[in-house]
Design a protein around this ligand. Sequence first.
Ligand code: UDP
Ligand code: MG
Length: 341
Amino acid sequence: MGKPDLIMSNTSEPQSALKLGLVVPCFNEEQVLPQSVAKLHAELERLIDAGNIRPDSKIYLVDDGSSDATWQRIESFVDAGLPVVGLKLTRNFGHQHALYAGLMEAEGDALISLDADLQDDISAMEEMLDALGKGSDSVFAVREDRSKDTVFKRWTAAAHYGLSAAMGIETVKNHADYRLLSRRAVELLREYRETNLYLRGIIPQLGLPASQVYFRRGERPAGKSKYNFWRMLSLSIKGVTSFSIAPLRMIAVMGLLIFTVSMALVAWVLYAAFFIDEIIPGWASTVLPMYLLGGFQLLAIGIAGEYIGKTYMEVKRRPLYHLERKLSAAEQTAAANNSGD
Ligand code: UDP
Ligand code: MG
């Protein structure tokens, strides 16, 4: 009520207002969740008051098999009447799958995904909604600077994006999983049923109009990062192997090169054996190619195996997530009414 209403007709909701769903994957986030939900709620209210979104917009918290009190926290938000819907997965499926679960289950004309720690500046959401209004179906939030990151995180991130680009994978640089998707984009995403889920790679492939907004990333206010070196490496390998067969080609090219060099070596050895007297075949020229080829073959088999393993996992067509419970205020009220409240 602070500002005078600039909209002429007060009789109805502005036609353009849309229902927004915020999708937040949570894995052992009991520490950070209360403050994050409070901030998200406040931002939601602000956007509702400004007429940007509809009053029935909600926050979808996906509990990705947490072992701490994350789910109890979520229950308490719903009990307190906050606009929260709790989605509990049966076990830990990993960030990408938890996010996918949230996107598939959430209602709304547009969904914004973001991390539970709110390292991503939530004030960028308004700009993302503006971009949606201008016709973008996916709006990627891109980090302006990485000054808040550790040197290690910056280096691994640079290596990741460098590798992705070298492999010809279309990703948005310095964009993680903070993005807005229109209902149309979410429905297209529903048709991607791959087990090796790498949303950052898939969404640019939808081919719908996309745009970017920029934000600064803050520090995690509480709790610990769930991404250690191995998880980041695993995500990076997933990104490459689920989107590109360039490593297989590289092997072929390398194989050809090494084969050519070995042939030259064989020719030299033959020449030496026939035309050079008292030749003692050198240890190095015998053993080196052996090591070289042995190593190369192992590498080749390893990379081919990676793809075969992936094929194996994909052909199983396993479900991408299992929902144990869905908890929302509406459901609570219905239950209360049934019990004769
Ligand atoms: N997360 C998840 N499942 C997992 C690991 C992480 O749902 O197995 C969530 C986590 O709760 C957070 C988001 O993914 O909301 C990003 O994780 P985190 O903040 O630890 O990553 P970082 O920001 O350090 O890359
Ligand atoms: Mg984080």
